[in-house]
Design a protein around this ligand. Structure first.
Ligand code: TXA
Ligand code: MG
Length: 341
């Protein structure tokens, strides 16, 4: 028996969904409280090879035992994710991470400065690490991060092994920053989701390749400027021909259902305006005061909300391209990219 408690807000996701008239398939997704019982139940599900969504400070992750091939395969199946796109393993701290990968001096400095936090390091994988080859997609490197979230940390402690976790959304769609977003995309496909409220940062982690000279693989919740200040030098980018590449940077991603047009100062007729700063006529505004941290925290929630509003054409106001703005613009460019459909 699962030790989860029911109250009006907790129960199975299917129950919550059926109230909204959505049909379910395969699994009954359980919603768990972020308390001792809920976390123990989530850890038990991970031990038995199930997929469990859990909160981190960046976005909700879809976790599974990183050392169990079948469990990791479940992540790819639930998300519909291409299996050549490797996953991040989540650990409680740098000491645990050392069991699975080798830290270069730059990686050591970054982990000491920013962990736990919105930073993922791509590092050489240790031989005999025990990490499933499905996690690394057969690469000899592994992406690792220690999340800065009390519930995420409690789950890692209760489970006691690394948790492989991509963002808990169907592949190509908007990342989830609340339990409700997770259920909207994955209810019926995963065993459980632990509720941790809204994620504080709201954008995925910044990914730095640290197998040689440090390279920016994905702008994210930790501003690039902070990483460069810590290392005392500029990062290589993936445009550099000698830089190692991250397989997951598919251009069309983070996509709401509606078409997206960027850097719009005057929306066309029929477009719904997503504003930033002082703009007139915005249906939603990421930050009326022009605060990039606030905009990052609310970006995915705003895209989910535009989906719920049925917005077919979305115009986005210009957003400055520094600090967290760089990651916000990266996600928006992918949301606006031509789709395969
Ligand atoms: O904030 C985050 O990073 C969230 C939370 C849940 O931790 N996770 C997340 O995972 O965004 P995901 O799977 O959506 O993105 C992971 C990215 C992918 O682009 C993947 O290609 C890249 O990390 N990656 C994973 N392992 C890698 C490796 N060994 N070398 C290069 N890139 C790697
Ligand atoms: Mg993702």
């Amino acid at each position: 028996m699962l030790a989860f408690q029911r109250n009006p807000a907790y129960g199975t996701g299917s129950e919550l969904q059926s109230k909204r008239g959505v049909t379910m398939d395969q699994k009954q997704t359980v919603t768990l409280r972020p308390d001792e019982d809920g976390i123990a139940a989530a850890a038990q599900l991970l031990r038995s090879g199930e997929c469990v969504a859990f909160p981190t400070e960046t976005v909700y992750g879809l976790g599974a035992d990183a050392c169990n091939d079948t469990a990791v395969a479940g992540i790819y199946a639930a998300k519909g994710r291409p299996s050549f796109n490797p996953l991040i393993i989540h650990v409680d701290c740098v000491e645990t991470a050392r069991r699975y990968c080798d830290f270069t001096p730059d990686a050591e400095r970054l982990a000491q400065a920013f962990w736990p936090g919105a930073l993922t390091l791509v590092l050489p994988l240790k031989a005999e690490s025990g990490i499933s080859k499905l996690v690394t997609a057969g690469l000899d490197t592994v992406a690792v991060r220690a999340p800065d979230h009390a519930v995420g940390q409690a789950l890692l402690a209760a489970f006691g092994r690394p948790v492989a976790a991509p963002s808990a959304n169907p592949s190509g769609r908007i990342s989830p920053t609340t339990m409700q977003h997770v259920l909207a995309g994955l209810d019926g496909k995963i065993a459980a989701v632990v509720d941790g409220g809204a994620c504080g940062v709201g954008l995925e982690s910044t990914i730095i390749g640290c197998t040689g000279a440090p390279v920016l693989m994905r702008a994210g919740g930790l501003p690039v400027e902070a990483v460069e200040a810590c290392l005392g030098r500029r990062l290589m980018t993936e445009e550099d021909p000698s830089a190692p590449k991250s397989p997951g940077q598919l251009l069309s991603h983070y996509a709401p259902r509606g078409r997206v047009r960027l850097d719009v100062t005057a929306p066309d007729d029929g477009e719904v305006l997503l504003g930033f700063g002082e703009v007139d006529g915005a249906a939603l505004n990421l930050s009326p005061s022009g605060d990039l941290t606030e905009a990052a925290a609310g970006l995915f929630a705003a895209l989910h909300q535009l989906d719920n509003m049925g917005a077919e054409r979305i115009a986005v106001a210009p957003i400055p391209d520094h600090g967290l703005g760089r990651a916000i613009n990266d996600r928006l460019r992918r949301a606006a990219a031509p789709r395969g459909d």
